[in-house]
Design a binder for this molecule. Structure first.
Ligand code: 8X3
Length: 252
């Protein structure tokens, strides 16, 4: 039986949820975090039923530093065993041009996608560093490599995730911690609904094309984690076949 412990932030939906399922299926013990407590409980019940894994669930808002540290502090003995950290929480809000952007949305993206990732990593890394092997997987985006109209601040946060991933690798060399930055293109999750706040508009995004599913990305994450300890996949860009570049989509 695999006794490894993994933590997934933003486990309540999309890529985070599918990654949690794949990890549970493969015998990982899990620490799941998210804002929506009921969804964490629902997922936890499912994982117990299907895979006999009872996750440790922590409900907090990743953008609130005190909340994050208080929650992680409450399970700090468990973090001694943490081998895999999936920094998945975050998202996009809005597509306004930069001169019309909603500043609250900017703050929220910066606070979750960058600062939240840093808070969790900063707390967990000293524990992970003590292990003979461990792995941080940051969920970046193709928006962390290329910018597109209306992407402005969201793209900036994902560029930051890429920079942080590179910095982590440099600062942690010699510690046996692997760092992978996963960079998906269009994935069919709540992503567009949250970003646009409108179901009809969100459906338009994926109209007449076949996007990635969260499970496709989760399987790729799992593949990276399962490489031997001396193999570190630095970055993985995953587009759907119908998307050749951030703004080039086949809808025929
Ligand atoms: C999600 C991909 O292209 O909508 O991060 O920015 S994209």
């Amino acid at each position: 039986m695999n006794k490894k412990w993994a933590m997934v932030t933003g486990a309540t939906s999309g890529i985070g949820k599918e990654t949690s399922i794949i990890l549970a299926k493969n015998g990982y013990n899990l620490i799941l975090t998210g804002r929506r407590k009921e969804r964490l409980t629902e997922l936890s019940t499912r994982l117990k039923k299907d895979y006999n894994i009872v996750p440790l669930c922590l409900s907090f808002d990743i953008s609130r530093r005190e909340e994050v540290f208080r929650s992680l502090e409450s399970i700090k003995e468990r973090l001694e065993d943490l081998e895999v950290l999936i920094n998945n929480a975050g998202g996009a809000l809005g597509v306004s041009p930069i001169d019309e952007g909603d500043i609250d949305q900017w703050d929220q993206m910066i606070d979750s996608n960058i600062k939240g990732l840093l808070y969790v990593s900063r707390y967990c890394l000293p524990f992970m560093k003590k292990r003979s092997s461990s792995h941080i997987v940051n969920i970046g985006s193709v928006a962390g490599r290329w910018v597109y109209p209306g992407g402005n601040v969201y793209c900036a946060t994902k560029h930051a995730v890429r920079a942080i991933s590179e910095a982590m690798r440099m600062d942690l060399i010699g510690s046996s911690i692997r760092v992978t930055n996963i960079e998906p293109g269009m994935v069919h999750t709540e992503f567009s609904l949250v970003r646009l706040g409108d179901e009809k508009k969100a459906n338009e995004v994926y109209k007449n094309m076949k996007p990635l599913e969260a499970k496709d990305v989760a399987e790729s994450i799992y593949w990276c984690i399962e490489r031997p300890a001396h193999v570190n996949i630095h970055e993985m860009v995953i587009y759907p076949t119908d998307q050749a570049h951030v703004t080039m989509i086949n809808r025929n």
